[in-house]
Design a protein around this ligand. Sequence first.
Ligand code: NDP
Ligand code: 2IT
Length: 452
Amino acid sequence: MAVSDHVGFEEFMEGVKKRNPGQTEFIQAVREVSEDVFDFISDKEEYHEYQILRRIAEPDRVVSFRVCWEDDQNNIRVQRGWRVQNNNAIGPYKGGLRFHPSVTESVLKFLAFEQTFKNSLTGLPMGGGKGGSNFNPKGKSDHEVMRFCQSFMTELYRHVGDDVDIPAGDIGVGAREIGYMFGQYKRITNQFTGVLTGKGLEYGGSRVRTEATGYGAVYFAQNMLEQAGNGMDGKICVVSGSGNVATHAVEKILHLGGKPVTLSDSQGFIHDPDGIDHEKLQWVKEHKTRTRGRISDYVTAYKNATFHKGQRPWGVPCEVAFPCATQNELNAEEARTLVDNGCIAVSEGANMPTSLDGAHLFRDAKVLFGPGKAANAGGVALSGLEMSQNSARLSWDENRLQDHLKEVMAGIHERCLEHGGVAGSDHIDYVRGSNIAGFVKVAKAMLAYGVV
Ligand code: NDP
Ligand code: 2IT
């Protein structure tokens, strides 16, 4: 096939849309990556001949299953569970589990697709997967969550394994849920293996895994700022979310001398013009984990802060923004507001929090824009190191792992620079840089395997 005979980009996207009807998040994620990859492979015949991009955009398999459980009132409840195994060209499938009522097959396919490039970027041998359920853990008792997790694992266990597919946490899945699922896996299989990451330290978990995503997103912002001759010190930072990623992002912003002023949840955001300091952050963490409380309660504890019901924090003036809640939580209009208010860098702690036109706007405005697949890869990287420790039956110390995290994030930043240069300027397009660097490693492995 001659290079000129290749299908064009829009034709390719039409095929993706046709094969995945109504799966808007998945189609959005494929478009975002393909915009850059199409351009990169335009003169690379082999990638076309072997249909590499088309194959990465078709999950190896999608497993969907029924999850029945009994609530505290003895009602039988039925949820749907999934595991999307997108690509294992460079290592076993790896990626989190999300429990949230908004979970659909489209959401998990987009996340598994993104994970494939993210895991490649870390430099560690991990393929891409994602799973979860439309189960809503909010308002459920510990015992209800336990029964759900056990039922979920009773099906999932046959699809995963420490050399096959290694799930972890994501929205709605933290230490409690991982504990229940690991317990059930161990019970069914009678094996103590590193089949899940994000485990408790007492049973094979890794130090620094909990903090890694949020810390890593701030290191990535620091790397981008330093590359541009700037730094984090003194920067006003707007953060969305108030879960694992957001709270640890705030912690690292404080370590590096920045001033975080917002947090949010699905009901609104809080703005604290005095800054969220270590003591206030500790209050948030305890409030969220012990009482599973809402971020709005912050303003009863800290009187100078305000709560903005049903709103997102992007209108608060800042220099650096950290979207750390969920997908499509920052649209083009909000991106414009951030730029107009002087925002110079955005580091995505969440997966695809910025809409496609929002991301284009940041690129055109030459904002330092770290997309999720690069900026939030610290979490899965530490999961990779948890797998190494489990295989070696060792537990590494805190300092070593903190150093590893910094090195991994610096390595990802370097890989983005390789392909992210913008002709005629010293600006770096981190979206292009991460898409191409993530793609190349997976593509080369797929070429080595031939048609499988
Ligand atoms: P958590 O469950 O700990 O926290 C999620 C936060 O996001 C909560 O504050 C939640 O608010 C908010 N949120 C969730 N869904 C929505 C929604 N539809 N609209 C508005 N707010 C919402 O999850 P994490 O912190 O672990 O995950 C946050 C993001 O980071 C996700 O995009 C995830 O995929 C990504 N990520 C996580 C990693 C990890 O290691 N945990 C690794 C890499 C990326 P509420 O409580 O009201 O629902
Ligand atoms: O989106 C992500 O990278 C995660 N939720 C973490 C995945 C993992 O396997 O640690």
